[in-house]
Write a protein that binds this ligand. Structure first.
Ligand SMILES: [Zn+2]
Length: 117
């Protein structure tokens, strides 16, 4: 999101965004599937013999993936990759009017606005 324009007219640029305004919405079913996917991927990496991990990383992240990352950095990338592939909806709370904008999964291309009562 480089910029976001709310129904109230407020425009927020990504570089000026307040903390905790952007988020994701994930159904409990999708969350459970995501948790399972993340666990499977992290375990698959950690159970790969150390002399084969470089090949594992190339298969999962491509040939440009750094070879000198610590295990926690690799685990973070595995989790991020799983989250980015998850079936989530994007959300944004307008800091001016409080509306919640939701761009539903899987396309996340158009926003619907919900005003607080
Ligand atoms: Zn607004």
């Amino acid at each position: 999101m480089s910029s976001f324009t709310c129904k109230c007219g407020a425009m927020v640029r990504e570089t000026e965004e307040r903390p905790n305004t952007s988020g994701i919405l994930l159904s409990l079913t999708s969350l459970a599937a995501l948790e399972e996917q993340m666990a499977r991927s992290v375990v698959a990496y950690l159970s790969t013999p150390e002399d084969q991990r470089e090949a594992w990383l190339r298969v999962h992240f491509g040939p440009e993936y750094p070879k000198d990352l610590a295990a926690d950095e690799v685990a973070n990338d595995i989790i991020s990759q799983s989250v980015n592939a998850a079936n989530f909806s994007s959300s944004f709370r307008c800091p001016k009017c409080g509306r919640l904008a939701v761009a539903p999964a899987p396309e996340r291309e158009s926003w619907s606005f919900f005003a607080p009562e």
